[in-house]
Design a protein around this ligand. Structure first.
Ligand code: AMP
Length: 404
C-alpha cells in the first residue's frame, strides 16, 4: 500500500511528501480508510507507530473539502508536550492545504491564554487541547465548539489516569452529537471501554499487535544495587559515544538528585518534571533538539510528550511502575525505523516488576555484567518476595494480540 491509494487532495499529499513519509505504517493502513469512510473508531496503538498521522490525515482530508469558517475538529491530548507535538504534525501535513490549528494547553502566561482564546474565537480549523485548559477557555463562554464534526481522543488511557474523565464528558457536551469520534489508546482497561461506550457510535475497532518495542532497539539490562547505579550511569555516559540521551526515573526527587549528581560529574544534563514552568520545559526541549543539550533526565511525563529524532540512548534508572510504560520510555529511541539502545537498571526490589516487562514483550532482555570495578550486582531472583515490592492488581497480559 502507498499514500497514493488514499486519493488525498493533492495539497495534502504534498504535505505527506514534505514530511518524508514514504509509505503508510500498519496503523495508518488500517485507520485511514475507516476514518475517510466516516466511521467512529477505537484504536489500540502506541506512540511510535505513526498513530497521530493515522487520524490527522483523514481528518485533514475531510476538512480540506469543507468551508473554513468554523472549528471543525477537536483533538484532546493528556499533556502539553503531546498537544504541541500533534500541532507540529498538523503544521507539517497541512502546510500546503492551508488548514489552521492551535494547541491549547495550560502553563503559559496571560498572553498565551489570550492568543489561544483569539485563535479559537476566529474559528481556527483544528483545536488540539489538554482537557483542563480547554474547560477554562470554554467556561468563559466565548468559544464555540458547535460546528465541530471530528473529535479525537489521543492517549485516552493516560487522560483517564490523570483524572480527566469528567472534564472530557463536559467538553463533549459542547460538541454536536452528530460527529465522528475516534479514540486512540495504548492500553484498553475497562474504564476506556466504558468511555468508548458512552461517546462512540458503532465504532470500528483496530488492535495492532502491541506491546512490542520497535525492532531497531537494542535492549539491555544491568542487575545492580542502588549504590552502584551512579557510578554505572556516569561510566556509560562518559565512555559511550552517544549523541542524545534520555534518562528516566519514576520519581521527581530521583530525577532532581540525579541531575545534581551528573552535573557534579561534569555531564551536561537537565531535569524535566512537572514542577517546571512551561517555558523552562520548552527551553530544555529546544536545547535538546538543537543538540546543545545531550542529556535529559525525566519522569514518565517525558515519555509521552517528546518527539525528537536521533535519540540514540534511553536509560531507565529504575524500572517503570507499569510494564506498558517501559515500551513508552524506550520508544523514544529508534523512532520511525532507525536504531537505538535502551538500557535498564534493575535493583533487587525491581526484579519482579522487570519480569513482568519481559513477560509483556515475550522475550528475555540481554543481561550485561557490571564493569568489574563496581563489584557484583544482585542475583536475579524475581520470585523472592521482598518488602515493598511492586504488587499487581490485575492478572498479567502476556504477549498476545490485545482484544478490545
Ligand atoms: P507517532 O506514533 O504518531 O508518535 O509517530 C512517530 C513518528 O513517526 C513521528 O515522528 C512521525 O512524524 C513519524 N511518522 C508517522 N508516520 C510515518 C510514516 N508513514 N513514515 C515515516 N515516519 C512516520
Amino acid at each position: 500500500m502507498t499514500f497514493n491509494d488514499f486519493n488525498f487532495d493533492p495539497q495534502l499529499f504534498e504535505g505527506v511528501q514534505s514530511m518524508g513519509y514514504l509509505k503508510p505504517t500498519p496503523i495508518q493502513e488500517q485507520a485511514i480508510p475507516l476514518i475517510l469512510d466516516n466511521k467512529d473508531l477505537i484504536a489500540c496503538a502506541q506512540t511510535g507507530t505513526g498513530k497521530t498521522a493515522s487520524y490527522l490525515l483523514p481528518v485533514l482530508q475531510h476538512i480540506s473539502t469543507t468551508d473554513k469558517k468554523h472549528t471543525k475538529a477537536l483533538i484532546l491530548a493528556p499533556t502539553r508536550e503531546l498537544a504541541q507535538q500533534i500541532d507540529q504534525q498538523v503544521e507539517g501535513l497541512a502546510y500546503f492545504a492551508g488548514i489552521s490549528s492551535i494547541a491549547v494547553y495550560g502553563g503559559g502566561d496571560g498572553m498565551v491564554y489570550e492568543q489561544q482564546r483569539r485563535a479559537m474565537m476566529d474559528g481556527v480549523d483544528i483545536i488540539i487541547a489538554t482537557p483542563g485548559r480547554l474547560i477554562a477557555q470554554l467556561s468563559s463562554g466565548v468559544i464555540k465548539l458547535s460546528h465541530v464534526e471530528y473529535l479525537v481522543l489521543d492517549e485516552a488511557d493516560r487522560m483517564l489516569d490523570m483524572g480527566f474523565y469528567e472534564d472530557i464528558l463536559r467538553i463533549i457536551s459542547y460538541i454536536p452529537a452528530k460527529r465522528q469520534t475516534m479514540l486512540f489508546s495504548a492500553t484498553m482497561p475497562p474504564k476506556i471501554r466504558t468511555l468508548a461506550n458512552t461517546i462512540l457510535k458503532n465504532p470500528e475497532q483496530i488492535s495492532l499487535a502491541i506491546s512490542q518495542p520497535a525492532v531497531g532497539i537494542l535492549q539491555q539490562v544491568y542487575m545492580t544495587f542502588d549504590n552502584q547505579k551512579i557510578r554505572l550511569i556516569s561510566g556509560i555516559l562518559k565512555n559511550g559515544n552517544y549523541g542524545s540521551v534520555l534518562i528516566f526515573a519514576s520519581r521527581k526527587e530521583t530525577v532532581k538528585d540525579l541531575n545534581r549528581t551528573l552535573k557534579r560529574e561534569g555531564i551536561k544534563a537537565e531535569a524535566f518534571h512537572s514542577d517546571l514552568e512551561q517555558e523552562q520545559r520548552e527551553t530544555i526541549l529546544r536545547a535538546f533538539k538543537a543538540r546543545t543539550l545531550p542529556v535529559i533526565i525525566g519522569t514518565d511525563v517525558l515519555s509521552r510528550g517528546i518527539d525528537v529524532e536521533g535519540i540514540s540512548l534511553v536509560i531507565n534508572f529504575d524500572v517503570p511502575p507499569d510494564p506498558e510504560d517501559y515500551i513508552h520510555r524506550i520508544g523514544r529511541t529508534a523512532r520511525a525505523e532507525t536504531t537505538g539502545t535502551a538500557i535498564t537498571f534493575v535493583n533487587e526490589k525491581d526484579q519482579r516488576k522487570f519480569s513482568y516487562i519481559e513477560n509483556l514483550i515475550g522475550r528475555e532482555i540481554e543481561r550485561v555484567p557490571l564493569p568489574e570495578e563496581l563489584g557484583e550486582g544482585p542475583a536475579y531472583q524475581p520470585e523472592v518476595k521482598r518488602k515493598g515490592t511492586f504488587k499487581r492488581k490485575k492478572p498479567l497480559t502476556n504477549n498476545k494480540k490485545k482484544v478490545i
